[in-house]
Write a protein that binds this ligand. Structure first.
Ligand code: SAM
Length: 222
């Protein structure tokens, strides 16, 4: 999807204390970037930031990193997150721009991420494009490298084929899927996975059921 250019995006992000222009400088040292100790929760493809905005003010003990591709997306995310904090200082959020296919350039084993959220990633329906899916087994291998032992991936989508394929990808890449639903908003669960993203709100309003899964990384087989 083409985003309309936003001349204000770059200067506003440059002045934002929780935006990192050079995330590669943080590789292996993300915990040091936050002023206090806490587990890292990473959102891949955070879009306009509604998910982190819904969680970060409620969980000052956790550190949220949101990654997306471009300033035109990240600058609105910055505004949405600031609005959610309502003028209070923001110490537990980092936003940055990078291609998740090259995640290894900016994060490594030492970063010990406890949870990764993947919300409404592009389903790439054509088989020749499947390898671009953010849940494809090669991507899940990359995430395994930075996840803490017992680290988890929480995944949501509107897309049935992507959902079913992703359950299989998890198993293939050495994750245990321990919770699933094919209708999140009819499910009695009430934890962080129910916080609505921008796309989730849009699909739910169209009557599309939201599918979700939680998976935990298994120790590597010797
Ligand atoms: C369909 S939107 C979903 C946004 C948000 N998670 C939501 O649920 O509203 C997918 C997002 O993933 C981002 N994205 C897709 N591929 C990416 C990549 N390789 N690296 C970084 N971000 C990516 C897009 O820029 C877009 O903001």
């Amino acid at each position: 999807m083409r985003m309309r250019s936003k001349p204000w995006a770059k200067p506003e992000l440059e002045a934002c204390p929780f935006f990192l222009r050079h995330p590669e400088q943080q590789k292996g040292r993300w915990h040091e970037w936050f002023p206090e100790e806490g587990a890292i929760h990473l959102e891949l493809g955070c879009g306009k930031g509604y998910f982190i905005a819904g969680l970060a003010p409620l969980h000052p003990e956790l550190h949220y990193i949101g990654i997306d591709l471009k300033d035109v997306i990240l600058a609105p995310a910055k505004r949405v997150i600031e609005a959610a904090f309502d003028g209070k200082p923001i110490h537990n959020v980092a936003l940055t721009g990078h291609d998740i296919e090259r995640l290894r350039e900016i994060m490594g084993e030492a970063d010990q991420v406890e949870r990764i959220y993947i919300n409404f990633c592009n389903p790439w329906p054509k088989p020749r494009h499947w390898k671009r899916r953010l849940t494809y087994p090669t991507r899940l291998e990359d995430y395994r490298m930075l996840l803490a032992p017992q680290g988890e991936i929480w995944f949501k989508t509107d897309d049935g084929p992507l959902y079913r394929d992703t359950l299989r990808y998890f198993e293939e890449a050495g994750y245990e899927v321990y919770w699933t639903t094919e209708d999140l908003h009819a499910d009695p669960c009430s934890d962080e996975i129910t916080v609505m993203t921008e796309h989730e709100r849009m699909f739910s309003e169209q009557g599309i059921r939201i599918k979700a899964a939680k998976a935990r990384v298994l120790p590597r087989k010797e």
